[in-house]
Design a binder for this molecule. Sequence first.
Ligand code: NAI
Length: 326
Amino acid sequence: MKVAIFSTQSYDRQFFDQVNAAYGHNLLYLEPALTAKTAILAAGCTAVCVFVNDVVDKATLHVLHESGVTTLVLRCAGFNQVDLETAKSLHINVFRVPSYSPEAVAEHAVAMIMTLNRKTHKAYNRIREGNFSLERLIGFNLHGKKVGLIGLGQIGLAFAKIMQGFGTEVYAYDPVVKDVPSYIRMTDYDTLISSAAIISIHCPLNEQTRHMVNKESFVKMKDGVMLINTSRGAILDSNAAIEALKQGKLGYLGIDVYEQEDKLFFRDLSESLIADEQILRLMSFPNVLITAHQGFFTTEALTEIAETTLQNLTDAESLRSNLNQL
Ligand code: NAI
């Protein structure tokens, strides 16, 4: 199948080329993100491959449809960026990678907790400058602390397992999941956010979860709480987080995702003027750690993403040829 791969980075090319040796698809690598304006670049392709910040809205889908695209493969788990109704109406089959390495994201969330808590990033810089002082590097024991998870799917569960290993008390809120390991205590949203010392977000972004963690949530949280978001930026109201940080309510914030990340992440902007006032404010706090959507970024996850995506293209091809034979 000929597929236009939007938002290509060097590592996409590396892993897709490696895995594609066994699949033989025709891969067209494109650096721009997919939007209604760039969709025309897929002309001549029957499939399009997108990542988290590509815009697959109604307008984009219509351009793709007119250029003959019949298949959309997402090389990610979340699908909030896709207008599924329009895709269905245009008979564009949509595939995603529902599971690749939940441990990759869970371990990154733990890395954020450990960095914010034990300040290893600051210690590293100090030592390189010959500063061996321990002043202001004090952390806290994770052992015995209450950790609250919002969302207990694959990543939430992988994260819970690790947190149990640290000897924390693990609480979770998930409106769907019922059967859980005995060490996880299920609770409601308000109880979870008002009792946890560390809150970690692992639910998808949808209309119910957009700004789920907001001004009212911060009022209910414990003073000095640590909040980690490796899920999707818009689940957290960034303005409310900034206010909570200014008031000292939010003691630590670790975000691997950000509401306006599509204009920032996956790019080197070190020589550019950053116009986004919110991210600049967030970057200014000493107790905020930002990573640019790298939770998934492990060799195992990238290999699995490439394998599932290329298999999805093969499946789409057989689906189309079966339909044509009917
Ligand atoms: P999953 O589908 O296995 O689990 C999501 C869980 O959230 C489900 O159990 C669901 O019932 C629950 N949920 C749904 N609505 C909820 C609500 N209102 N409140 C609380 N829980 C709710 O998904 P998985 O694989 O665990 O991924 C979770 C999210 O992580 C994805 O949707 C994606 O946005 C994000 N993600 C981030 C990555 C990164 O690199 N930072 C990489 C992969 C995923």
